[in-house]
Design a protein around this ligand. Sequence first.
Ligand code: SF4
Ligand code: SF4
Ligand code: SF4
Length: 448
Amino acid sequence: MRLDPTRLRLLPRGRYLLVVDRRSGRWLSLAAEEEPFLRLLAADGLAPVPAEVRARVERLRRLLVDGKVGVDEPGPAFDRLNTLILKLTNACNLACSYCYDFEKVEHARVIDEETAQRAIAQALELCPERLWVILHGGEPMLVWELVERIVLRGEAEARAQGKAISFSGQTNMTRLDGRIAGFSLDHDILWGLSIDGPAPVNDALRVGHGGGGSHALFAECLRRFPRFVRSCGVLSTITALNQESLLATARHFRDLGMASWDWSLFQPIGRGRDLAGRLQLDARALGRGWEALFAAVEGGEFSGFPVKPVTKYLDNFLRGPGHNMCMRARCGAGRDLLSVSADGTIEACDCIDPVGPLGGLGHMAGGSLASARAAPLAERIRSRDMDRNDPCADCIWFALCGGTCLAHAGDIDALWPEACAMAQLAFDRISLSLAGSDALIDYAGSLR
Ligand code: SF4
Ligand code: SF4
Ligand code: SF4
């Protein structure tokens, strides 16, 4: 294998030097004094240098090639569909102020059942082995009988096609009852629970149609179905109101006994469009909030509890990019992911603004997932490559970050500045921490 030194970026980390392959995300940590010899790797021919220097440079070259840093190595391909988001309804019993699923042009509707079944059958045909179906809304539990029929038919279709299928979903959980819990357990449906924190935090924005807070509904669910609710991971929306309270929020959900805590960063589309001025994130304030959270994770406070605003960066750093479809150079949108809206519109990803320039790949009526995936707009979305744009073009973290979410960025060559600042901060702190201690390795190990 031939080493390409132009792919390498060096970052001093105390006594160590981090050597990152910005194309693959693979890295090595070397003694800081190796830096001048590493720089010689890029020199054309080493004839004028002494033999012992040549030998040292050659040893570094072998070390990098053996570690597959700076060399072409076929990585995992993401060119087949494996994830389908089904937006079952755009109705919701809540009216959260930032809800990105609500557009003024829409009227509440439920997906046509035959359309949903057809979408799953088509997605199974397109996927290599296993299809992940994400049940989404609005609030999917409002149409529970439909969920059961879709899951049962989807499982039967997967058996008929000789493929595997798994269901998960995102819910506010306020309509949970014994039937929903029982069916979900029987069919291994993994639910993520949307809630923002204790009542004063949550109720600032997660409100009902009358404007009252929704936390009491969650508390009642937790009281009635404690084991089921606690088996779910929590997803909190982060806005300008709670961006500096990340640590308190993570502690709250850990202490409640929830399975994990994750964040979703505010996106000014849907109902949030009108509140962008009040809710827009501030990169520096968010960074302060994240640093406090990170320090607590590093200090061992969250051992055994997945704090996903940290683990998403840590996992990519330790395992390399790929498994997280939003943090790699070629994200899932229109590639391994498609989304079908309640009205049958096919989107590359449900985070893409449906009324923006990247919205609407096709429609299930008169179209198919395959034709939507082959549409010129889908090709345009898949053509996103931030490696050709500043500041990503020379960023050490490019492979591990991917250049931020195009849905938040708004267009193919655009960047989401708050997420860029966040990624730079996170990878800097993580690499510094790993150079100085095993604390993050121990934390990652505690989550297995
Ligand atoms: S954010 Fe979720 S729970 Fe809130 S209104 Fe939107 S769909 Fe409903
Ligand atoms: S978005 Fe920012 S952190 Fe990510 S690759 Fe681009 S410059 Fe680097
Ligand atoms: S558009 Fe954004 S949310 Fe959707 S898959 Fe790509 S990075 Fe992820």
